[in-house]
Write a protein that binds this ligand. Structure first.
Ligand code: BDR
Ligand code: CA
Length: 323
């Protein structure tokens, strides 16, 4: 049976790779893209979601979300990583289709209520829309199937942060929202840097996508030029880590990941702002800000080759389908 997902996203180059993966894989039913600020401002990320929907003939809804974090001052768009237009500054035609009239958090609430236990929320941007949805309608906690988050870093394999030494970008963009989402009474699985920095799209792999996956492969190759230049200049690597597509890989096949259970909190200010901490030991403490919180799942290992294989298979079949 297909897993129905709402994908909350800030497209973004690796977001586009994740969106197209969800659209391509036959075991995923992409119900909607809900947009959020992050890699780009909200107008740009929504335009990019609509662009993908129109260009690739996707059936999903698009709903526009929030433009800024709940409480902290905005960090600003990640233009150094994703370009001014979020898609590596390639030329883009303006989409001629419109978004759903509802704000993203309302779309999420309505859709989860209309299909109890059927919808998996997958978030690959700052968690502001999800925090607003669960705060305004706590009853959806019992009605979602699962909440899958690309975000955070828990120190496995020494992966502790990408935008600060101890924070991952999506959580750092809105730490208060992340703390709400991780501590809410719903089932969360976190796909953080612990595993996304263990899976790598080499330049050769992306060349293969271009050569074997038709128009969709060429598009991913085009938008990733800017992204790969960033990785080369910042980290001296030939390729990029696999962030947002890893969350979709988990939805497709959870057995590719090793999970650890325990409540999660987020540091919301100070020099470690955005640090994510899971208490996975049963030790009792007199003072414990984790103790009463719901245990959630954090991915700590991944079968990286299997993720690469399922991604390439999905995109090859999709790129060569008969239309
Ligand atoms: C996350 O931050 C964004 O730049 C990427 O799209 C991804 O969601 C990685 O830390
Ligand atoms: Ca993202």
């Amino acid at each position: 049976m297909k897993t129905k997902i709402i994908l909350d996203t800030d497209p973004g180059i690796d977001d586009a790779m994740a969106i197209l993966f969800a659209e391509a894989n036959p075991n995923v039913d992409l119900v909607a893209l809900t947009t959020v600020f992050g890699n780009a401002d909200i107008e740009t990320s929504t335009r990019n979601a609509l662009y993908l929907k129109q260009r690739f003939g996707m059936n999903c809804d698009v709903a526009k979300g929030v433009s800024k974090p709940l409480l902290r001052d905005p960090v600003g768009a990640s233009t150094a990583v994703h370009g001014e237009n979020g898609f590596g500054d390639i030329a883009l035609d303006a989409p001629t289709i419109a978004a759903d009239p509802r704000p993203a958090h309302q779309y999420i609430i309505d859709t989860v209520k209309a299909a109890p236990k059927e919808i998996t929320l997958v978030a690959v941007g700052p968690l502001t829309n999800l925090a607003m949805a669960i705060t305004q309608a706590p009853e959806i906690g019992d009605l979602v199937k699962e909440v899958v988050i690309m975000g955070g870093a828990f120190g496995t394999h020494d992966h502790t942060g990408n935008v600060t030494p101890f924070a991952e970008a999506n959580v750092h963009d809105d730490p208060h929202a992340a703390d709400i989402v991780f501590t809410a009474d719903w089932p969360v699985t976190v796909i953080g840097l612990d595993v996304t920095h263990e899976t790598f799209f080499s330049t050769d792999y992306i060349d293969t996508l271009r050569d074997t996956c038709g128009e969709v492969g060429e598009f991913m190759w085009d938008i990733s030029r800017f992204y790969l230049d960033f990785y080369k200049s910042r980290m001296d690597v030939d390729g990029c880590f696999v962030h947002d597509p890893s969350a979709i890989a988990y939805v497709i096949d959870p057995s590719l990941f090793t999970l650890r259970k325990g409540p999660i909190r987020v540091v919301c200010d100070g020099p470690a702002e955005g640090l994510t901490i899971q208490k996975h030991k049963p030790t009792k403490h007199k003072t414990d800000e984790w103790a009463e919180k719901r245990p959630q799942q954090v991915a700590i290992a991944v079968n990286d080759q299997a993720v690469l294989d399922v991604y390439l298979d999905s995109m090859t079949q999709y790129g060569n389908r008969e239309s």
